[in-house]
Design a binder for this molecule. Sequence first.
Ligand SMILES: [Zn+2]
Length: 126
Amino acid sequence: MTEKEVLQFRFILEQELAALDMRTRGRETLEISNEADPLDVTQSAAARDFEAGNISRIAAKVRLIREAIARIQDGTYGECERCEEPIPVKRMNAVPWALYCVRCQEAVDRDRHEHDGDLEPDRAAA
Ligand SMILES: [Zn+2]
C-alpha cells in the first residue's frame, strides 16, 4: 500500500469515527426525551433495547476504527494480523478497518462461531 493510499484510508477512518460519534450523542438526547414522556414506557423500553443493540455494535465498530488508526501510526496498517500478508487494497476499500485478509477472516469467524455462539459484533466487517 502506498503512503498516499494510507493517508486516504486514514481520512476515511476519521470521517467514519466522527459520524459514529455523532450517532452515539444523538442517542443521549433520545433517552432524555423518553424520560420526559412516561406515558410511552413500553415503547420506550423496546426502543431502548433496540438502541442498546445498535450502541454495542457502534461501540465495537468504533473500537475497530480506533485500532485501524493506531495501526496506521504503527505502520502495520493493511497487514493481516493472522498471516501477516498484505490485505488487498480492494478489501481495505470495502472494509477500511479490516484486521484480516478474507481467508483469515473466514477462519476467525468460524472459530468465533464455535466458541461464542451468536456473539459476533463485527459481522458487518466480513
Ligand atoms: Zn491473513
